[in-house]
Design a protein around this ligand. Structure first.
Ligand code: ATP
Ligand code: MG
Length: 270
């Protein structure tokens, strides 16, 4: 058996394929604080600039996320949507500075962790009814591998695994890779997972971190996750977040902005 490589014709994930359907891409990480939420929003902006129609789904209902970085957003009550009391449609918020749309959970409305796999399937089915006009749905999955996050990750077309070069972050990223590979194999699906090393000291260091992770994945998981890109530690990132501005609007010429633009290009080249 060959290791999984990038799957050009990967079997589809969760949404029924009625002709055109958006590509489902999730950002995941083993460790917290690596930059998933920031990268989700910045990548959404970069993809929008490339004329893709984007919906961001903030699937991390634990703590404040997108609304910390964008300013107060009207969040949706996950419970009410799951009970069919509120249409999901009503929770789509246009983010003008980014050129994309967003569905954000209410901060502290209860972690997705309490939601069952069947409820996640129902949520995705409802999402598919209202999202045919989008090219991509980007999910900010939240940290770690609780059962719900894991279920959602296994239904994606592509998972972007975000890590730093810190050994603890790499170890936790490997644990996510392992479960994802297992879940996809169980469903007879190939695993399209790509690595982003964020907050690197240098591009070299980022590449070395990816090489170590990929070596372990090849050796133990028969998986060969490609490097989608490295992003250096850039103080403009935190500065933009403090002002609740998106990086590509505030600091379009920053190094981190260029790195995210390159990641957006590679991601859509498949
Ligand atoms: N490339 C970078 N350069 C400098 N700082 C960064 C970079 N990427 C992320 N950060 C910083 O890391 C912090 C955490 O980012 P973010 O909230 O996106 O992480 P997260 O992975 O979503 O965390 P959580 O696990 O809590 O959801 C941000 O406030 C930001 O200041
Ligand atoms: Mg986050």
């Amino acid at each position: 058996m060959q290791p999984d490589t990038i799957t050009h014709a990967a079997p589809h994930g969760a949404l029924a394929d009625h002709g055109r359907r958006p590509r489902l891409i999730a950002l995941a990480s083993g460790k917290g604080g690596v930059g998933k939420t920031w990268l989700t929003l910045t990548l959404a902006q970069a993809l929008s600039e490339r004329r893709h129609k984007l919906l961001v789904f903030d699937a991390d209902f634990g703590l404040a996320n997108a609304d910390i970085q964008l300013g107060h957003l009207p969040g949706f009550d996950l419970g009410a949507v799951l009970r069919d009391e509120t249409p999901l449609q009503d929770s789509i918020v246009p983010i003008e500075q980014g050129g994309f749309d967003l569905i954000a959970g209410q901060s502290g409305s209860g972690a997705l962790a309490g939601v069952t796999a069947t409820q996640v399937d129902g949520l995705l089915a409802r999402l598919s009814e209202i999202t045919a006009s989008y090219d991509v749905i980007l999910f900010d999955l939240g940290t770690g591998i609780n059962p719900t996050t894991r279920h959602l990750a296994a239904l994606m077309d592509t998972v972007i695994l975000v890590t730093t070069e810190d050994p603890a972050s790499l170890t936790d990223a490997y644990a996510v890779l392992k479960l994802l590979k297992r879940d996809r194999t169980e469903r007879d699906l190939l695993t399209d997972v790509r690595i982003v090393v964020n907050q690197t000291r240098s591009e070299q260091a980022g590449k070395r971190a990816h090489a170590a992770l990929a070596r372990a994945a090849r050796g133990f998981l028969r998986l060969d996750p490609p490097l989608l890109g490295t992003i250096g530690r850039d103080e403009r990132v935190a500065e933009a977040i403090r002002g609740q501005r998106l990086l590509l609007s505030q600091f379009p010429k920053s190094a981190a902005a260029a790195s995210v633009a390159a990641i957006a290009r590679r991601l859509m080249a498949r």
